[in-house]
Design a protein around this ligand. Sequence first.
Ligand code: PGA
Length: 250
Amino acid sequence: MRQKIVAGNWKMNTNREEAESLAAALSSQFIGGSGVKMVVCPPFPWIMSVNQLLSVTEIAIGAQNCSGQSSGAFTGEVSASMLASAGVSYVITGHSERRSLYNESDADVLTKTLKILGENMTPIVCVGETLQERESGRLEEIISRQITSVLNGLNKDQIASIVIAYEPVWAIGTGLTASPEQAQEVHAFIRSLISGISGAEVADSLPILYGGSCNPGNAASLFACPDIDGGLIGGASLKAADFISISNSF
Ligand code: PGA
């Protein structure tokens, strides 16, 4: 059985008080034992205090980004090893906001993925097409390029250690969600790409999350699809009750 995962991407939201009260609410509402791995990815400055507040739960801490460099004169950057020593166990890489607003390339995503794996953390590698790419019939070409450019730079053990998130760009923060059929189709395509590169066993074991306006109302129908193993949740992860409800939607 593949690990089911629900990860919350807080993005550049919350001040310290809001972050800590969200973490405290998650801590008090969390009920373990469901087999679903919950992950929260707060902004960098709140990672340590959120980690502390969640230490009584099995909720893991993630980060939203990391540097592709190891250490040194890179003003403003945060390295994978810093995140690991702060208690982070998952790191999002290749999020469409990083790709489009900060010009992160497929090569950057691979570099960061290797840094994250090098610190024994789990990369959540995001892929997804824009509406224009989908409407012009380029969906498979785009997804295939984003997936293969990372997977071709990893060995089989490394591939088996990542998580993929399919996030159609047109569904992120827009209230538009891919239908379960649309999402399942792309998830199955991604799994076939993984299988072609590293074999059916790895492909069958690798969690593929859906992201893009996932909420308590649509999570169950998405998570019921055979190739959807959970979600990467933006807006709805900022409300403890919604995030917990999504994690109970399997
Ligand atoms: P959203 O964001 O749930 O607010 O659409 C998802 C994401 O960007 O990870």
